[in-house]
Ligand binder design. Structure first.
Ligand SMILES: Nc1ncnc2c1ncn2[C@@H]1O[C@H](COP(=O)(O)OP(=O)(O)O)[C@@H](O)[C@H]1O
Ligand SMILES: N[C@@H](CCC(=O)OP(=O)(O)O)C(=O)O
Length: 373
């Protein structure tokens, strides 16, 4: 079963770390980028949806500026990232163009994923890109990120994107063959862990910080990323990005690197994770048809089934869904504000455009964003 995880996964987040992308800190390793693009195009042909999280902006910026040493001042790192991100995006666009694949640049901060409204916006942008067969290439938005809103390492960012897009698997490519019993740079007896549960406390203890000047989080942030990814049901694979054809071989079912398994069943994990995030901002009362659609048919909530709206919520906030006797039957993240919901309730979704002048989503609450009580 464990070998087939990537084979079965439909939506995969792939993270390539600084130490790989940047050729020992000497600007971008264009050959490596070309190799991953070739492998990803193969995965796309297998019918998989791929989101790439790539580091490398700061190293490429330093190369363009002729800086030999990584600066320590945040504003200099930010300037280098702004310069380097241009090169990173261009390099990927050129590599994927060989396979007639379009790429999109998505830069995110912590704030974007902790704010409900922006969270939903990021989610719908990414899912739309995937529907359009585009490869989103994500990095931290270093230009605006200050200490409190930085991810700091892209492993954390990749895990949050895995949660956000409800991906089936997270693949972290790095400069080591996987997670070892201790840092192999410091201990030649260290052994590769082939499989563990993502939540195991033992593996956190084995993982150390970055062993090089270039990487940020080290194995510690990768193991924590696996734990985070598991919260929405995704398994994590940590492997070497230098291993020949690593992504293709993994997708064909070969066991390479370290597999960190999510132990809860996907649906339960996703709903629990969603429930953790909910802080109720209002209520909506739904009719018996909508009740049936939600409770017995597993469908999304449409505006036509809503009979009353209370509270002052914004798009992306959590609301409670009540039956007509006032019993709470579900909670979910709503796609329209209270004011908008007042206007579109009891109306079919195809009328949303003419009522509001725009359509964010045809569902009021998507079933993936809904927890039945
Ligand atoms: N238990 C461990 N197993 C493997 N690598 C480890 C371990 N503990 C620390 N490391 C270090 O983590 C490094 C990878 O992390 P990092 O440099 O941040 O890579 P990336 O840039 O790919 O995110 C390795 O080069 C290694 O020195
Ligand atoms: N956003 C930064 C990368 C952050 C970082 O170093 O992450 P990591 O690859 O996890 O060590 C950049 O593009 O340079």
């Amino acid at each position: 079963m464990s070998q087939s995880i990537l084979k079965q996964a439909r939506r995969i987040v792939i993270k390539v770390g600084s130490s790989l992308v940047t050729n020992q800190g000497q600007g971008l390793d264009h050959d490596a980028l070309a190799c991953w693009a070739a492998q990803i195009s193969y995965l796309k042909e297998m019918g998989k949806e791929i989101i790439l999280v790539s580091s490398g902006a700061i190293a490429e910026g330093m190369q363009r500026l002729g800086w030999k040493k990584r600066p320590t001042a945040l504003y200099e790192l930010q300037a280098a990232a702004a310069i380097g991100q241009m090169g990173l995006a261009q390099a990927y666009a050129a590599c994927f163009d060989r396979y007639q694949l379009l790429t999109a640049q998505v830069l995110l901060t912590h704030d974007d994923l902790s704010n409900r409204r922006r969270y939903l916006n990021a989610r719908s942008t990414l899912t739309t890109l995937l529907k359009l067969n585009i490869i989103p290439i994500i990095n931290e938005n270093d230009t605006v990120a200050i200490d409190e809103i930085r991810f700091g390492d892209n492993d954390t960012l990749a895990a949050l994107v895995t949660n956000l897009t409800e991906a089936d698997a997270l693949v972290i490519l790095t400069d080591q063959p996987g997670l070892f019993t201790s840092d192999p740079r410091k201990n030649s007896d260290a052994k590769l862990i082939q499989k563990a549960n993502a939540g195991d406390s033992d593996i956190v203890a084995m993982a150390g910080g970055a062993g090089s000047e270039i990487g940020r989080g080290g194995m510690q942030s990768k193991v924590l990323a696996a734990k985070r990814a598991a919260r929405s049901g995704a398994h994590t694979l940590i492997a070497s990005g230098r291993e020949t054809n690593v992504l293709v071989r993994l997708a064909q079912g070969e066991a390479i690197g370290t597999l960190l398994l999510a132990t809860l069943p996907v649906l339960i994990a996703r709903k629990q994770w969603l429930a953790d995030h909910l802080q109720i901002r209002g209520t909506i009362t739904i009719d018996s048809g909508a009740m049936k659609a939600l409770a017995t048919e597993g469908k999304s909530l449409l505006p036509i089934g809503v009979v009353e709206v209370r509270g002052d919520f914004e798009r992306g906030e959590a609301v409670a869904c009540l039956d007509q006797e006032g019993n709470e039957i579900a909670r979910g993240l709503i796609n329209y504000s209270a004011r908008e919901t007042q206007k579109i309730m009891r109306r079919p979704s195809h009328e949303i455009q003419s009522i509001l002048g725009y359509v964010d989503e045809s569902e009021l609450i998507h079933r993936n964003n809904l927890v039945l009580l």
